[in-house]
Design a protein around this ligand. Sequence first.
Ligand code: ADP
Ligand code: MG
Length: 264
Amino acid sequence: MTAQTAAAAISVEKVSKLFDTPSGRVEALNNVSMEVRPGEVVCLVGPSGCGKSTLLRILAGLTEPSAGTVSLDGHNDDPVRRTMVFQDHGLFPWMTLLDNVAFALEADGAAKNDRRRRASALLEQLGLASFQDRFPDELSGGMRQRAAIARAMLTEPQVLLMDEPFSALDAQSKLVLQEELMRLWEAGSQTVVYVTHDIREAVILGDRVLVMTGRPGTIQLGLDIELARPRDVFDRDHPEVKAKAWTIWNAIEGQVRRNLHIPT
Ligand SMILES: Nc1ncnc2c1ncn2[C@@H]1O[C@H](COP(=O)(O)OP(=O)(O)O)[C@@H](O)[C@H]1O
Ligand SMILES: [Mg+2]
């Protein structure tokens, strides 16, 4: 779990992405450039449809950009280990929790016993040991997301890419899971890109927040978050949180209203 491998830097240069659809061409990203330092937590925030998931999928290598380049620098010649966590856990319904988590190590070529031992140790650490023989649909949404994150962390990724991992959860579970996630980040050394549409979540979690607006997706604004770590997710009235949340809201309000056809 404690990833001691060097975190990677990410560099995105002039990335654009077009989708051809039956109803015409969609410009999902236009000329997006960004840098992420090794070990940094960058939150991408913006209204629905602004291209956040597309950008994250490009960082994950799941989608090719139409133009521009993405490079990941792990300071050696080995490919940088990247793992993505999605909004809907992505656990296999036909596998137990233990097998789901152990599956993450299959690509590493680890022996089956070794995989199960490591997965079991991790579930124990997270307090999920007594659920290891359950199937995903026997668990709550919050527990499924915890397991999905555990599965991602087990591979000790250098780059952790998270796409609204808690957006389907209730507000209270979300707070507690944000707290747990930050502890996991602090124990490791991965570089994190965290996508959310929740402004306060972005400010509380990120070292830096990049604000996106859409059609086509561009980065409007980058903000450094001056909150010491370890952070307190419950301190949502901290002046820094309020001030940065307000700045972000001002940057995206127009688009949120336009998306809903509410006159400004
Ligand atoms: N595979 C695809 N095919 C066609 N259009 C897509 C595809 N993926 C995303 N889009 C479009 O690109 C835009 C950005 O989508 P997305 O990256 O999912 O935004 P977000 O994650 O910020 O909500 C949207 O207009 C969406 O409809
Ligand atoms: Mg999305």
